[in-house]
Design a protein around this ligand. Structure first.
Ligand code: BGC
Length: 509
């Protein structure tokens, strides 16, 4: 071989070595990046884990906080609000009633016809999105919009409210925010949640605001019941099944209420009710315990929210936030590795990934996860990512949803524990092994809200966790029942039972 030939051969060898080195280098780098991502997901999963032991600690903490919130005003982050609902509908209610439901992304107007004997003869619902700008406007603008929508609806239904004997005049008003009630049909707003911020309404009587707007629109209707959505759900649950003792809402926000003994409401010593009971609106969205598995993503989400240090439980569970937790995890993975391509600016936009989109990715059962690819591209500007990366995204959705569902399950068992329906000896007792089934009573919990009613994996995780915490002897006695539109229908039912009654059944001495 001549000198030239040798030179070419050496050159080729050097070049191929260099190419090989580049290829190997890239592979090593991409493997490293991949491991970074896998490690980040593993760490997130570990931090968000909810083994049954931890869930039982949350159960106990929930029951303890419920006690504290009933013992004194401000005794707990759980407000444990009086609702002045001491009698739940029993099925005998009759007539046509309207209800309004304000509380989340949509607002609803309902007209229901009750026929006695636990029957609902007719049920019309209209759903309208609340225009974004009204959520931060003035109370007058907000209630004018609601009153006008109600007026249109009533006129279309053709009921003549001019006649004083028409029951349809009595309106049930579901207002799904923390309210300090002063009677069953009045109460002041404590604070806003779920992205609403109409400042001039805080501490104002919400019924008065609505009632004024109805008069401005010339609508002769009377708010006969002001109820939280969880209370409406409990009312309809009880109307349909008398063993219903508690209700939970898991939608844009989350909350629970239950039937408590009036004498257990220690903070209100002079509380007298004809039934001896009182529905308590727990406002459990604000529950907090050191046993909750909080991650750095939750801390950031809270710090950047409209209400830092507030609604901690809600921020781990409800529809307003789950999609945003997933977005934050994807953003961190994208920052730390190149597996999502160049960092998309959309990943920094809060709430750009809504929970329904997150659920759609989670429930994508196509072999190539085409729905995941579509949502990542259309919502987050993330394109052409390989299948294994799409699988990672599904995994993140799963971790976030599973934690949310299992924590909600622990909350439910916490309520059952407080009222002695979890098969243990109540709040002071430990778990009793092999409890005699004869001692357990059938116990129904009504559940409303899109996360539970429309997100199958969420519902399955929640049901599974309730059974796991209660154990196989007790679980068969506890039934979770879906109540579609329960909160609105229940408010109309409470309007019915309150307008039928002429005297107050609750007194605070
Ligand atoms: C509110 C509750 C409401 C729940 C579900 C929470 O943000 O504080 O009053 O019941 O959302 O709508």
């Amino acid at each position: 071989m001549g000198k030239l030939g040798l030179g070419v051969a050496v050159g080729c060898a050097v070049a191929s070595c260099a190419i090989a080195a580049v290829v190997v280098g890239r592979r090593v780098r991409s493997r490293k990046q991949w491991w970074k991502v896998v490690t980040a997901v593993d760490e997130f999963e570990e931090a968000a884990s909810t083994p049954v032991g931890r869930l039982r600690q949350v159960v106990d903490a929930m029951a303890v906080e419920m006690h504290a919130g009933l013992a004194s005003e401000g005794g707990s982050k759980l407000k444990m609000l009086l609702t002045f609902v001491d009698n739940l509908p029993d099925g005998s209610e009759n007539g046509i009633y309207y209800a309004l439901h304000v509380g989340g992304t949509n607002f609803r107007i309902l007209r229901i016809q009750l026929g006695g004997q636990r029957s609902i003869l007719g049920h019309d619902v209209e759903r309208k999105p609340i225009p974004q700008h009204l959520m931060t406007s003035t109370s007058e603008e907000f209630f004018d919009f609601i009153a006008l929508s109600l007026k249109d609806f009533v006129e279309r239904k053709g009921d003549n409210l001019q006649f004083s004997q028409v029951r349809g005049k009595d309106l049930g008003f579901t207002f799904s925010f923390p309210v300090k009630q002063t009677s069953v049909s009045s109460g002041t707003l404590i604070k806003w949640t779920k992205g609403f911020a109409i400042e001039d309404m805080v501490e104002k009587d919400v019924v008065e605001c609505l009632q004024k707007a109805l008069s401005r629109r010339g609508l002769d209707m009377n708010v006969a019941a002001l109820v939280n959505d969880s209370v409406g759900t409990l009312a309809v649950g009880h109307f349909l099944d008398k063993d219903t003792v508690a209700a939970v809402v898991i939608g844009t926000g989350t909350n629970a209420c239950y039937l408590e003994r009036a004498d257990a409401v220690i903070k209100c010593q002079g509380l007298l009710t004809t039934s001896g009971g009182m529905v308590i609106n727990m406002e459990w969205g604000n529950f907090w315990s050191s046993h909750l598995p909080r991650t750095s993503y939750d801390i950031d989400l809270d710090a950047e929210s409209q209400n830092p240090n507030d609604q901690g439980f809600e921020k781990m569970i409800s529809g307003m936030y789950l999609g945003d937790i997933v977005r934050r995890v994807i953003r961190r993975m994208s920052l730390e590795s190149g597996i999502f391509g160049p960092l998309s600016s959309k990943l920094s936009k809060r709430f750009v990934l809504s929970t329904p989109l997150m659920a759609a990715m989670h429930e994508d059962d196509s072999p190539d996860l085409s729905e995941v690819a579509k949502i990542l591209e259309e919502t987050l500007d993330i394109r052409d990512i390989p299948l294994k990366v799409r699988k990672i995204v599904v995994k993140v959705c799963d971790v976030v949803t599973r934690r949310a569902a299992r924590l909600a399950a622990a909350g439910i068992v916490g309520i059952l524990k407080k009222i002695g329906r979890d098969g243990t000896g109540g709040i002071a007792g430990g778990r009793i092994k092999g409890i005699k089934s004869g001692k357990m009573r059938r116990t129904v919990v009504a559940v409303e809200g899109g996360l539970y009613t429309s997100y199958t994996i969420f519902r399955e995780y929640l049901n599974e966790a309730v059974a796991e915490i209660l154990g196989e002897d007790i679980a068969p006695y506890v039934i979770l029942k879906v109540m579609e539109d329960g909160s609105g229908i229940g408010a109309a039912m409470l309007a019915a039972s309150n307008s039928a009654r002429s005297v107050d059944t609750v007194q605070v001495l």
